[in-house]
Design a protein around this ligand. Sequence first.
Ligand SMILES: [Ca+2]
Ligand SMILES: [Ca+2]
Ligand SMILES: [Ca+2]
Length: 278
Amino acid sequence: MSLVAFLLISCAQVPADSTTGDDVSEDVGLDPAGDEDGDGLTNGDEDDLGTDAEDVDSDGDGMEDGAEVEAGYSPVFEWSHAYEKGDYLIGGCPVLPDEDNAGPSGVADYNARVDSYVSGDTMHNLAVGGHDAFEQELPLYAMCGNYTVITISAEWCGPCQAFAAEMAGITETVRAKYPNFSFYEFLYQNNSGTEPTARTLKSWSSNFGMDGIPVVAPEDNTAKEVEWLDGTGYIPSSLVIAPDMTVIWSPMDHSDVSGVDTAKAIKDVISDYEKSLE
Ligand SMILES: [Ca+2]
Ligand SMILES: [Ca+2]
Ligand SMILES: [Ca+2]
């Protein structure tokens, strides 16, 4: 393409009635230096961040925009905010999950009719409507921005108890290299096979020294997204999830249910993933 032709095309793409500047705040007549809604962010900052300059809580999660930004949460994602109890590592969500395209694409080795999340899939927002050990709704997407290992466990499962007891130590070791790492212990059955109560989750957490590690139960443990967690049919089972909530390690990729139960294995998965992005 000649330079002249390029310039003509470039010029043609600018509408004749285009307003000067691209600042939305200017378009609606707000002073970029002002703070229309009084949430601590200037109108200009809100324009840059994608928040609403006339709404103190743009994502409706109960935390004001300015406070969210100052504390490192996302002011445009409802699941990223301070949680009252639990002292969890909540993600800042620099890249939001592609929730509209969440779903499993893998087919289980052991049962060809069962779909499972495999590498590359975006996770559903597990445990929406469920609860943690403090009766808080703490769905998976609260972890967005973190490397997360979802561990699928049940109260009746002895090996799950043994793994739970390792999690605090593993967390400390992995965070020395990847500070944005967290387990997300998904306890989907109690000893009767139904959804654990918050009291059960609290016992599980205290019995195995899991302070600061989310221990959650789903609202309905027969939901499809619970079935899709592990096509192998064995627990404890783990999925490693990238900060954008896509799967980067699944048992179904490896026919190996216990492949990421040590700090070294988890660090290796994260390291391989980061190399794949380079
Ligand atoms: Ca403001
Ligand atoms: Ca605002
Ligand atoms: Ca938020």
